[in-house]
Design a protein around this ligand. Structure first.
Ligand code: NCD
Ligand code: ZN
Length: 346
């Protein structure tokens, strides 16, 4: 018996598309299933001004396959030099949808991030005033803090004080990886939401380290213990509108992943909807997939949900390519480690 599930076309509320040959290679993978995506600004150099965002948006639109109905929702990379007026004008014109906060040194290409939060207070106040969401990479970078504790410590040391100091600031905790993060979001009714990635619903830290080191499961924030993964699955499949999909699909070439100092990032753009359907089905929550992938995100971002529908069909296991070949080099696709029975009907 064929089973099928129709939902509004999903959006990806956290996506890395890169630039140049990599952008050209990976963009069709996202545009195939997703209508919109929040585009991360961590290029080298980063997207810091409205002019940078406009130019990057044009490069993305130029790289889209013929006929693809995909809208990139642009972000600015917050630095200690960000000009609140440039930001506010870019938000008012619709050029940018959000601003991204990277603590300096937290992850790939985050050297220009924020060191001293007092220096961005004025920008955050302006964002609260105009209702522009702040997407937060929630990890402290203090070398004394164990990498597996960096999200929980960030909540106490940075996120909670910043939110208290800036009433009305709308915050998205990006790529949540801990039960602590889930609990923090659940405890606050206003102005706070979180994205959850595909891979953090599927892997825990054993996947990275047991039976040999698996560079393609290494990402930031790093996957945590199983109890944290279970908390994320509970949050994603539980129907709570504060949690929605942000794949954090983050392509790196195999050469850059499979190295003595491999880059962080899992590439999930291609098979995310198949992976999610499997995860939600196991939880008996297929009816909540549409909320997570297609409804909660637009509601937080105050955008209409997509009118178009996609249909997921269940059948024999789907075979995805192991790698996507790009002009920058091959990019290995995330392997969930179990068969995928659901596919998006073309
Ligand atoms: C991202 C990247 O490669 O740009 N990597 C990752 O592991 N998620 C950066 C990020 O989102 O932290
Ligand atoms: Zn990311």
């Amino acid at each position: 018996m064929t089973q099928s599930l129709t939902l509004r076309r999903p959006d990806d509320w956290h996506l890395h598309l890169r630039d140049g040959a990599m952008l050209q290679g990976v963009l069709p993978e996202s545009a195939r299933h997703f209508a919109r995506a929040i585009i991360m600004p961590n290029l080298v150099p980063p997207v810091v001004t409205a002019a940078d965002a406009a130019a990057y948006r044009d490069r993305i639109l130029a790289a889209l396959p013929e006929g693809a109905g995909f809208t990139p929702l642009m972000t600015l990379y917050l630095t200690e030099e960000t000009d609140p007026e440039d930001l506010a004008a870019a938000h008012a014109s619709g050029l940018i949808t959000a601003v991204k906060l990277y603590p300096a040194g937290a992850t790939t290409n985050s050297a220009s991030g924020v060191r001293d939060f007092d220096k961005v207070r004025g920008v955050l106040e302006k964002m609260a005033e105009i209702g522009c969401p702040l997407c937060v990479h929630g990890e402290v970078t203090d070398p004394e803090i164990d990498i597996f504790d960096r999200e929980a410590v960030f909540i106490d040391r940075v996120l909670d004080p910043v939110r208290r100091a800036t009433p009305g600031l709308r915050v998205v905790m990006e790529h949540l990886t801990t039960a602590d993060g889930v609990a923090y979001v659940q405890a606050h009714d206003r102005d706070l939401a979180a994205t959850i990635t595909t891979h953090h619903l599927i892997i825990n830290r054993n996947h990275i380290l047991v039976g040999g080191i698996k560079p393609h499961y290494y990402c930031l924030p790093v996957a945590k213990r199983e109890n944290h993964r279970l908390a994320l699955v509970g949050a994603a499949t539980g129907g709570d509108a504060r949690f929605f999909l942000g794949t954090d699909s983050a392509p790196h070439t195999d050469a850059n992943k499979q190295s003595a100092c491999g880059c962080a990032g899992c590439f999930t753009a291609t098979n995310t909807m198949s992976c999610l359907a499997e995860v939600f089905e196991r939880e008996g929550a297929l009816d909540r997939l549409e909320g997570f992938a297609s409804l909660h995100g637009p509601a937080f971002y105050r955008l209409p949900p997509n009118e178009e529908r996609i249909t997921l069909v269940k059948g024999a296991p789907v075979h995805y390519p192991a790698k996507i070949l790009t002009g920058a080099g091959p990019v290995t696709l995330f392997d969930p480690g179990f068969p995928l029975h659901w596919r998006v009907a073309e």
